[in-house]
Design a protein. Structure first.
Length: 182
């Protein structure tokens, strides 16, 4: 068999492609099937996270602890366990929107004292908010407007979806499915 320059280059290209595909498979296996990464920036502190919070069916404890720190009540410093399925909700909404899961966080956990103060100032704050249970978050999603974020979240039909047009954020929570506008 005679090897022409064209045939040699084509064969080398195919071998490089096969090799690269094998490398991609090993990187995916190393990360674990179903690895999930999220980026969050707390708008009230200088903190941000770019973190893999889940590998396969397992949440990464160190990542969940870091998320808990980022989502603490910035007014009091109080921390509370965060429902890890809330991160799944964020991830899935971003995925549905076709954009990376990069979120600006307006509010995560709220201590009872902070929630009471906010409730007294605004009728839009529930007295028994899921923020106090670490099951709610107020966010913006990079690359799309909040109306689109709320619309995408509604199509998932899980948890609460509150769209606050004037304040430009969306409330998402892991409670029962319901929706409102603020």
């Amino acid at each position: 068999m005679k090897w022409s320059r064209r045939r040699l280059l084509r064969t080398a290209g195919m071998m490089a492609g096969v090799s690269a595909a094998g490398m991609l498979k090993s990187v995916a296996a190393e990360q674990g099937a179903g690895a999930r990464r999220i980026v969050m920036k707390n708008l009230h502190t200088p903190e941000s996270l770019d973190i893999e919070y889940r590998r396969g069916n397992d949440y990464v404890p160190e990542a969940i602890a870091a998320i808990e720190g980022l989502l603490r009540d910035y007014r009091t410093g109080a921390r509370h366990p965060i429902d890890p399925t809330l991160m799944d909700y964020l991830y899935e909404v971003a995925n549905l929107a076709g954009v990376p899961p990069v979120f600006a966080v307006i509010s995560g956990y709220r201590s009872p004292q902070t929630n009471e103060m906010l409730h007294e100032r605004s009728g839009g704050v529930a007295s028994h908010s899921l923020h106090m249970e670490g099951r709610a978050i107020d966010v913006r999603l990079q690359s799309i407007d909040c109306a689109s974020l709320a619309e995408k979240a509604l199509t998932l039909q899980r948890g609460g979806v509150g769209y606050y047009n004037r304040s430009d954020f969306v409330h998402l929570d892991t409670g029962r499915f319901r929706t409102w506008r603020g």
